[in-house]
Design a binder for this molecule. Structure first.
Ligand SMILES: [Zn+2]
Length: 432
């Protein structure tokens, strides 16, 4: 009988190195490895590798989400799948395989579970169960969704780190995101290209008049010619007849411009915006993700601060860089702050202004919501006190939550003299 022996793990955790935190104890490292609940999102090229790496690094509680089914084209790199698995759920097959791989399923200490779902199928309560999330996703939309979800959860008190791996051909990257503490996925926004944003890839003038690459000829059909020839038919990348037509038109154009290399498979690749996925890149990035998770969870060694880029295209290069929070990030930058008003349902606007000024040590001159101004110092000087003696609660659009707390449904935007810095507040009236 083959038995899984994790004896290679304890020495790593019992032998502190020069960078190990002074407060670290091996008992802590070992127990957190066993008790940490890890969520792996994606059981594809990266996911298969991540799940394997985590289980063989001693993690004991793992759940895997993936909404996809296995396709023939996955088998060259998604090594937990076989021909007979085509059409079945990736997460279920991956988890079953790992169970078998780990001493024929008799290692009861490993609790691994699959979810054949979209990430959007689960609520906050589900995600709050986990201590760390590792993403091996192939699209930006899903990363943005889970990033925002974890920031929302962090704002409600539980910080769940997210380790995000990504690959594109021979290149890869890794981010360690601690929601609300470090830069979030959206902070990198300027560096990201949107999914399916192929219009940005080649300038239209190149496609229209000076094509040089086979891709230019295919994109010319895709973006310009198809609509002219077939105004009533939407180009469907899964329709073989459509792809054949695009291929023929692109080929004709390539001959006209003396460009070589237009093939049917390239046509399909360009239309579907397929980025080649390479097994070795996936393996490198996945092992780096698992390594960071291991260090973060056990505290045996410092973890990545906070981004790593790998380039295997021209030789082998890997650099790591701290990536600062973007103060204007739409997701984690300048989030609204809840401001408690205790036992003072009749607080006047003028009193609220004093409260804000003293709490934030500012001199505010304007408060407004999406519905307009609540207070504008410049105007009030001409028009007397305006709203200042009104009750704040009467000026707001309020609602009551299940705990009986009355809160403003709109953010109050606070402007201060002499600075562009904006404070966003959500007043909450609490009566004991
Ligand atoms: Zn951010």
């Amino acid at each position: 009988m083959i038995s899984f022996d994790s004896s290679d793990i304890p020495p790593v955790l019992t032998t502190p190195g020069p960078f190990t935190d002074k407060a670290y104890t091996p008992e802590y490292g070992i127990s957190s490895l066993e008790e940490t609940k890890v969520l792996v999102i994606g059981a594809g090229g990266l996911g298969c590798e991540i799940i394997k790496d985590l289980t063989f690094s001693g993690f004991k509680q793992i759940e895997v989400i993936d909404m996809d089914t296995i396709e023939l084209s996955n088998l060259n790199r998604q090594f937990l799948f076989r021909v007979e698995d085509i059409g079945k759920s990736k997460s279920e097959i991956a988890v079953n395989y790992i169970k078998k791989l780990r001493c024929g399923g008799i290692d009861k200490s490993l609790q691994i579970k699959s979810h054949f779902n979209k990430i959007q199928d689960f609520d906050d309560g589900f995600y709050q169960e986990f201590d760390i999330v590792i993403c091996g996703l192939d699209n930006i939309e899903a990363r943005k969704w889970i990033n925002k979800k974890l920031i929302d959860i962090a704002n409600n008190g539980k910080i769940i780190p997210m380790i995000d791996g990504g690959t594109e051909g021979f290149q890869g990257s890794l981010k360690v995101i601690i929601p609300t503490v470090t830069s979030c996925f959206e902070c990198y926004n300027g560096l990201l290209t949107e999914d399916g944003d192929e219009n940005q890839k080649y300038p239209l003038c190149t496609l229209a008049s000076t094509p040089r690459l086979p891709e230019h000829c295919i994109e010319w059909v895709h973006q310009l010619e198809w609509e002219k020839l077939y105004p009533d038919i939407e180009l469907d990348a899964d329709n073989d007849e459509h792809i054949n037509k695009v291929y023929q038109l692109a080929l004709e154009r390539s001959l006209k411009f003396n460009i070589q290399g237009v093939t049917k498979s390239l046509t399909l690749g360009v239309i579907k915006n397929i980025i080649p996925s390479i097994a070795s890149t996936n393996s490198i990035i996945a092992s780096a993700c698992s390594n960071e998770a291991f260090k973060f969870v056990t505290c045996c060694s410092p973890f990545l601060q906070n981004t790593m880029y790998y380039n295997g295209e021209n030789g082998v290069q890997a650099i790591s860089d701290p990536f600062d929070k973007n103060p204007n990030c739409e997701i984690c930058g300048n989030l609204p702050i809840e401001i408690e008003i205790k036992n003072q349902l009749d607080m006047k606007l003028v009193e609220f202004i004093e409260l804000v000024n003293s709490k934030f040590n500012i001199k505010l001159y304007k408060i407004f919501t999406v519905h307009g101004d609540l207070y504008n110092q410049d105007q009030n000087e001409d028009k007397g006190n305006g709203n200042q003696q009104s009750k704040l609660i009467d000026l707001l659009n309020v609602d009551k939550d299940s705990d009986g707390i009355i809160y403003s449904k709109n953010e109050l935007i606070i402007l201060q003299k002499g600075t562009d810095k904006v404070i966003k507040l959500i007043p909450q009236f609490i009566n004991d």
